[in-house]
Ligand binder design. Structure first.
Ligand SMILES: [Cu+2]
Length: 163
């Protein structure tokens, strides 16, 4: 009696197991088929975001008679860090126009920009190869237009796009 019922029980368990697996397999297959297009697309998008903290370098230079940020325009992701380098023609600094940054960006930059000499104005970089880092952690997407205070009249300005 006992043996019979155990065998019956095992048979039932095996049947249940097999039944579950059979039921799962087509479901998973169907899922992969329907989301097949989206899954590979999501993976590459998630990878850079997970990596985060991308680094970008912007040179502050004097080329001939032209003061400039190089590159003058760059696109980054929220969380990336932009390092400005005083290469030639300094002192330079990095200042943002309060009316040319996305909504909510002022509060972010306020904490992201060390040693401000005024609202949204980075310190003057006087040392050769001196650097100034801004981490765009939690920065809203949009365009951030900036300039060099000493050389604004000479057209030294640029744009960072957070996307
Ligand atoms: Cu400058």
């Amino acid at each position: 009696m006992r043996v019979t019922s155990m065998v019956a029980g095992l048979a039932f368990l095996l049947a249940a197991c097999g039944g579950e697996k059979k039921a799962e397999a087509p479901a998973a297959g169907g899922g992969a088929d329907t989301t097949g297009g989206a899954a590979p697309a999501a993976a590459p998008a998630a990878a850079p975001a997970a990596g985060g903290g991308g680094n970008h370098d912007v040179m502050m230079t004097l080329n001939g008679s032209k003061y400039q940020f190089e590159p003058a325009e760059l696109t980054i992701k929220a969380g990336d860090v932009v390092t400005f380098h005083n290469k030639s023609g300094g002192p330079h600094n990095v200042s943002f126009w309060g009316d040319s940054i996305p909504k909510g960006a002022e509060a972010v930059l306020k904490t992201a920009m060390p040693d401000q000499m005024g609202p949204l104005q980075g310190p003057l970089l006087t040392e050769q190869d001196g650097t100034y880092k801004i981490a765009f952690t939690g920065a809203p997407t949009g365009d951030y237009k900036f300039y060099c205070l000493p050389h604004l009249a000479l057209g030294m300005h640029g744009k960072i796009t957070v996307h």
